[in-house]
Ligand binder design. Structure first.
Ligand SMILES: [Fe+2]
Ligand SMILES: [Fe+2]
Length: 219
């Protein structure tokens, strides 16, 4: 858990760095970031509870984090293997940042789930947390894509944002394929689900050892 918290804290710092970079480049992402923070504050924020209710809310939040980590692990595995993005000329520094982040997500993908199964493990709660997580992530993806396409100084609204773009970019390997994500959710819904069956720890660790961003940070 300590390693997991440390990695996610590093991610938060690197997200801030990327967001600052976007703002410097004329893409002011702050209005959308505020929406994301509002959703996550509602989904995961502290509440004024004590005793059994505080404990139940803690378990609930760990269960939601386990569901979110399912997606970050699956998407991390996807970005590690998304060769079509390199071929399409994606910015190599941004690709390295995404892959470094994705590799760490793959590396720690089982931590929140294992903790939840150890503390509570209720299957009904897992179903509910997954339903809430899918709803929140789909809404944020939709809004985020619309926001970026409308504000991007290069695109300037020429591409209409939303979720429908996934139907074209998914099969082309430029965004995660919806069917791949849906199949992973079906696996999550099995009682025998283990995050360790999603993605490869060996591949993730190998990427972390070779990532230019990770090596620069170590220096
Ligand atoms: Fe992360
Ligand atoms: Fe994570």
């Amino acid at each position: 858990m300590l390693g997991f918290i440390g990695q996610e804290a590093m991610h938060a710092a690197s997200h801030d760095g990327v967001l600052d970079h976007f703002v410097e480049q004329g893409l002011d992402v702050r209005p959308f970031v505020r929406q994301v923070e509002f959703v996550f504050e509602g989904l995961l924020g502290d509440r004024d509870l004590t005793g059994d209710r505080a404990r139940a809310w803690l378990f609930e939040r760990i269960c939601i984090i386990a569901a979110i980590e399912h997606f970050t692990g699956v998407l991390g595995d996807w970005i590690l293997n998304a060769g079509a993005l390199d071929e399409a000329g994606a910015d190599p520094t941004m690709m390295d940042l995404l892959r470094w982040h994705g590799a760490e997500e793959v590396e720690h993908r089982h931590v929140a789930h294992d903790l939840y199964m150890h503390l509570d493990g209720s299957y009904a709660n897992r179903l509910r947390a997954m339903a809430e997580t899918i709803t929140a992530l789909a809404a944020l993806w939709q809004r985020g894509h619309r926001f970026l396409m409308a504000r991007d100084p290069v695109v300037r609204g020429r591409i209409k944002g939303g979720l429908h773009h996934l139907r074209r970019t998914g099969p082309a390997g430029l965004t995660p394929d919806g069917r791949m994500v849906a199949a992973s959710v079906r696996r999550y819904l099995r009682r025998s689900y283990s995050p360790l069956h999603e993605g490869s720890t060996a591949q993730a660790v190998a990427y972390l050892a070779s990532s230019p961003a990770a090596r620069a940070a170590l220096r």
